[in-house]
Design a protein around this ligand. Sequence first.
Ligand code: ZN
Length: 251
Amino acid sequence: MIQMNVDRIQTFVGYQVPTLLSCSRDQRSRINVTRPHASYIFVEFISFNVSTSWSMKMAKLIVGLLLLSSCQVLLCAVHETPLRPNIISRANWGARPPKGTIRKLRTDPPPYVIIHHSASDGCTTQAICQARVRNFQNYHMDQKHWDDIGYQFLVGEDGNIYEGRGWGKHGSHSVPYNSKSIGICMIGSFVGHAPNAAAIKAVQDLISYGVAIGKIDENYTLLGHRQTTQTSCPGDSLYQLIQTWPKWSSI
Ligand SMILES: [Zn+2]
């Protein structure tokens, strides 16, 4: 897919592209289209798998406009955007409205991703996971008196992601990181065993997607809840596991 899109730009531009590197968030492909006597213009676009035609149209428009001006174009095409993971919306899991307007994150995109477990029974079907998520929301709002469910997202062993407060919203899960982190709760108790493969993939896909769409800082640090405060969360097994994931840090 990367090659196909770049070829299409190449055709449109009508230039021989001198260098083509592989393209990812860490290793972006660059197409240098040299024009004399001009300054650099840096173009970055993200091509979503679901809207390739739209982003290609935008890319062609941008490239066309830049070529009309006599400038050097340094085009950075970031095509390796992960597919949007399946996120069950608040409406779909039957969320209550928040008590008030949830503040925005103070630092957005946030530089921290914090992993929790729910320390409850797990779930392997959407129906049961949704019921668990509704219970967490009730507990957070009615017992803890928070404005909403505390986490930005939750993940079940059904492989689904459940929208909590969502992207860009201030959380209630990890003082003092609530204003600068995305909190993801893996539903279950992961003291003696790790989450299943579906849940692990869902969390990792969610993080990758968040980075790709600019909702998580690309230089983010991954932490377990116990690194931010006195708690056993996210459970010994899950904590061991996340230490093997990219960007985990001992702080
Ligand atoms: Zn926690």
